[in-house]
Each structure stands twice: as C-alpha cells, then as structure tokens.
Write a protein that binds this ligand. Sequence first.
Ligand code: SIN
Length: 315
Amino acid sequence: MPPNASPDLATSFLEQPLDNPLMNAAGVWCTLAAQLDALVESSAGALVTKSCTLSRRDGNAEPRYRALPLGSINSMGLPNEGYAYYLDYAACHDYERKPLFVSVSGLSLDDNLTIVAALREAVLPAFLELNLSCPNVEGKPQPGYDFEAMDQFLAEVATAYRRPFGVKLPPYFDFVHFDTAAEILNRYDNLAFITCINSIGNGLVIDTDSESTVIRPKDGFGGLGGDYVLPTALANVNAFYRRCPGKTIIGCGGVQTGAHVFQHLLAGATLVQVGTALHEEGPSIFDRLQHELRELMAKKGYSRIEEFRGRLKTL
Ligand code: SIN
C-alpha cells in the first residue's frame, strides 16, 4: 500500500457494492422508520429492519433489556410494527445509497410464508433475512435448534420465495451441530447467506445486592450479547464459512471495536453486524469502528479487506 494511503473498506454482498462491511444487527435501532432513517444517514454500509411478525406486537413486559459490564441481556419478545410497515419502508428505500435487509420472524411457518410471499410480490431489491433464532417468545422454540423443523421450514420458504435469501442462526456449541446445520443449509441453492449468531439464548443474570433477576420476562432468562458472546460468534462464523463454501457469511456478536470487526472478517464474514454496542453508543459507532478498522489494517499493511478475509491462521 502506498505510504499515507488509507485502507479501502469497500466490499460487495451478493454482487451489490457497499462502502464498508458494517451494519446494525436486527433488533437494534431499527424498529421505527426514524431509527432506520438514522442508519441510512449513518456511515453503516447496510441496514436491517427489526424482525417482523404478521401483526404489530408490543413485545414482552419491561424491563426487558439490561446493559451489563460485559454486554447485555434481553428478552424483548419481538416488539415490532408488523410486516406491512417494514415492507412500506422497504418500498421507499434508496437502494443506490445502501442495501436494506428485511428481517422476518413470523410466529409460525404459515405466518412466515405469508410475509415471504408479500416480500416476493413487492419485487424489491431488499434482502430477506429469515430469523430462525429468537429465544424470547414464550411457547415458541427456536426453529434453528430443531433440525427437522428447520429443514421443513427452509424447504417451504426456499420454494415459496424463489429468490436468494438468508437465515439468522442461533449459536451452536458442538461440531455435530455445525455439521448437521450446514448439511441442511447446503441443500438449498437459493439460501445465499447465513448470519451467525443471534444472542446466546436463555442466559440468567443475577444481581447480588437485590438477589434478583435483572429483566422481568421469562423469570429473568434472556439472550446474551456483547463480550459474553464474541468467541462463540467467531466460532460459528468460521464453522459455517468452512462448511458452506457456496454461501456468504454475515458475522454478528460481540463487536465493540475495529479489532473485533477485523476478527469477524478474518473468520470469514463478508458483512459484520453490530448489536449491543450500537444500542449503547448509537449510530455514530459506525464512524469509530471504521476508523479503528482502517488504523489496524494500515498497521498490518492491508489495503483491502479481501487481502485477509477468511484467512484465519491455525496453529
Ligand atoms: C427479541 O425481540 O426478543 C429479539 C429478537 C431476536 O433475538 O431474534
């Protein structure tokens, strides 16, 4: 790289160019149009809407999110405006400016098929991210943890949607689960991308002083984000990058610094989502992360992301 030249963060996702690989994680800063507009105005390379259901939902009782010294716990329960709201937003979005993902988390297969059909019929350049991993709706287990259900789910959605789409997975913790999940995902040619990971579901944070849980829903059980999840997120990104060579990986989990973005890219991610840290710092975080990533790349002599993306060394 010529001296004083700044590293280039430009990248592409399914042939769409992006200024940089950063975006929000679904659920953070993306429930209302004004929040989505703030992401459009920010330096994020792309944005994703809140996971939507058929109808508007208030979500779980408050308090349902708590920031912690090492991250966060949440049990939001899919508060969202209903899929029609996000489809309207997607219809007005300027796709020349940056890509928009629509996250869908219907409460049943039928709900998902209704939403997916509406998205297909809208013929928009938005990317569908199908959320198979929300841990926070009582009585609705995560489809990503039931491989038979996940396969059936994907067979129906892949056939109904026909266009390229992606899935947001829960974290897996055993090689046999990486193998089985990857084998299922690889059955579907139009499943083009995989987002790893959603929160680590059903953690329990206890406050010693009050001897109490810190969030109200589900007796305090909720999804963990932030520092708690970074190694698990990197493991899942790399596990699916190795096992699904025909698919694009989006990294999500524990990103708070430019070095964390670098680690996700090294593990094989093409885009990198920011959740807890965006919640705490707001959309200006994308400026800081890019600055830190550029500085790190310059120090290492990298001028472009493709020079190191996926090139994780092992001992
Ligand atoms: C929520 O709304 O409960 C979070 C969504 C998710 O974890 O997928």
